[in-house]
Design a protein around this ligand. Structure first.
Ligand SMILES: [Zn+2]
Ligand SMILES: [Zn+2]
Length: 271
């Protein structure tokens, strides 16, 4: 299997996007993204994909082209737009050989009609040209943060389950072979990359009882990948709907509850 490459993650921008998305989710969730990306999302619910339903949700809060347009419109000093674009390109690690504006030589305070303005416009054009690629990298980065938050994933998938139940008749019309009668999605196989991701996110511990399943000291440490919102509660196979459980907790949770928690291993404790 191919190794996971190390790559730049735009964590600074990712935090803003995650914050905007979760704020909107909890303060009046609207399911517009489910309509906009319906087909892609259903595909992601049928079997685990690297682009998850959550990626499509995050995409609704990620529009770097629009952000820069708004800045140009509302800001006095266009120099700030240059600094912003420069920071974003560095964060997402996109190479360029754009010229640098020479602010020191310029006497036009807001760069309204000077050489630096022309230079900055080249930066804006470049960003617009690359905006799809940048947005994708920002969504990917933002996903890294929210994937850590099982409680949010739980709440997100409870919403999706309501949508699946609500639209079940039309779903049956088009996707019958992926469903178990009236009971929701069929179980799909877990790809290795997803097992690894869930194992590492949950740090090799059962999410519920906290037992160590790493097998380093306990050869019986069998771990199970559990659907946070169970399939029989109209949950789905989206890659963001899984957690690590021990055999006992998995058996007792089964298809009955959506139990998870926010217990994590911090970098250090405060006591
Ligand atoms: Zn200037
Ligand atoms: Zn357990």
């Amino acid at each position: 299997m191919a190794k996971v490459k190390h790559e730049n993650l735009a964590l600074t921008s990712a935090v803003s996007i995650a914050s905007l998305a979760t704020y909107n989710f909890y303060e009046g969730f609207n399911g517009n993204f489910l309509v906009e990306y319906e087909e892609e999302i259903i595909e992601a619910l049928i079997k685990p994909k690297k682009t998850t339903a959550l990626h499509y949700f995050l995409a609704c809060f990620t529009d770097i082209g629009q952000e820069v347009d708004d800045m140009v419109e509302n800001i006095d000093d266009i120099g700030d737009v240059y600094y912003y674009i420069k920071r974003i390109l560095l964060e997402v690690n996109i190479d360029h050989n754009l010229p640098e504006p020479n602010f020191e030589e310029c006497t036009d305070r807001y760069h309204e009609d000077c050489e630096c303005r022309e230079v900055i416009e080249k930066w804006i054009d470049f960003l617009n040209e690359k905006q799809d690629e940048i947005n994708e990298l920002l969504v990917h980065s933002s996903f890294q943060i929210l994937f850590l938050d099982r409680k949010f994933l739980h709440d997100f998938h409870v919403e999706l389950a309501e949508w699946v139940e609500y639209s079940y008749e039309s779903l049956k019309g088009n996707y019958e072979k992926y469903l178990v009668g009236n009971k929701g999605f069929k179980r799909a196989a877990f790809p290795v990359w997803l097992k690894n991701a869930v194992y590492h996110r949950d740090k090799g511990c059962c999410v519920i009882c906290r037992s160590d399943l790493s097998k380093i000291v306990n050869i019986n440490g069998t771990h199970h990948i559990d659907h946070i919102v169970p399939l029989r509660k109209y949950g789905n196979n989206d890659s963001s709907n899984f957690q690590l459980l021990c055999e006992t907790c998995n058996t007792s949770k089964g298809n009955r509850t959506t139990e998870t928690n926010s217990i994590n291993v911090p970098f250090w404790n405060m006591d």
